[in-house]
Design a protein around this ligand. Structure first.
Ligand code: IYR
Length: 221
């Protein structure tokens, strides 16, 4: 077994006032982020996406096995294939599979089975969780806390994309197994979600929804 090697932590401490200001600035920035469902076809430099993916890859994760893989789709033919397959599943979902209660919960968002954003947006980032890793010596080992790890990495990715000046949509066609086939990923990898990424359409609108206040989402003991 490999033994751990350590080196000193690099860390900057700020005075309390500055910390509060920094936290408030970031809060304000993130409060302006909205999930967008109407995308412009305007191209986005690939370097922006690459930077954001490196940020996602810094996420804390189980045993540092980094159990994720990101497939970045910009090829219009592949985007079309994904749209066709996703709309097929979504049609089933909205017309048959979804219980009434779920459809009622979705009503304020105005979603339906039509997913033009899957072709309009310049990038579809498909996030996969990997149940196993291959070590440098070729051994296959189990990954830990895959959902937690991939969820955190996806959160980093969403924040990085917004920070860079783009918008995204977390899209979860259900079931998502068709993505393994279209994107040629091994069955050991499970699609986690699809992050539609780009600029908002000029006429993009978002639903009037609010976030719960601090008192409702947190308890200090
Ligand atoms: N996957 C469907 C339904 C959907 C489900 C939830 I929960 C949402 O927050 C939004 C949509 C769709 O993408 O339309």
């Amino acid at each position: 077994m490999q033994t751990a090697k350590f080196h000193p932590l690099s860390f900057t401490e700020y005075p309390p006032e500055e910390m509060i200001q920094r936290a408030a600035d970031f809060r304000q920035h993130m409060q302006q982020r909205r999930t967008v469902r109407h995308f412009s076809t305007k191209p986005v430099p690939r370097a922006v996406i690459e930077e954001c993916l490196v940020t996602a890859g810094t996420a804390p994760n189980g045993a540092n096995l980094q159990p994720w893989h990101f497939v970045v789709v910009s090829d219009p033919k592949v985007k079309h294939e994904i749209r066709v397959a996703a709309e097929e599943e979504e049609q089933e979902f909205y017309q048959r599979r979804a219980p009434k209660e779920w459809l009622e919960a979705l009503a304020p968002l105005g979603t339906d089975e039509h997913k033009p954003f899957l072709e309009d947006a310049p990038y579809l980032i498909v996030v996969f969780g990997k149940n196993h890793s291959e070590l440098a010596d070729g051994r296959k080992v189990k990954n830990y806390y895959v959902h937690e790890s991939v969820g955190i990495a996806t959160g980093f990715l969403i924040a990085a994309i917004y920070h860079a000046g783009l918008v995204s949509l977390t899209h979860t066609p259900s079931p998502m197994g068709f993505l393994n086939g279209i994107l040629n990923r091994p069955s050991d990898e499970k699609p986690f979600l699809l992050l539609v990424t780009g600029f908002p359409a000029d006429d993009a609108e978002v639903p009037n929804i609010t976030k719960k206040p601090l008192e409702e989402i947190a308890t200090f003991i």
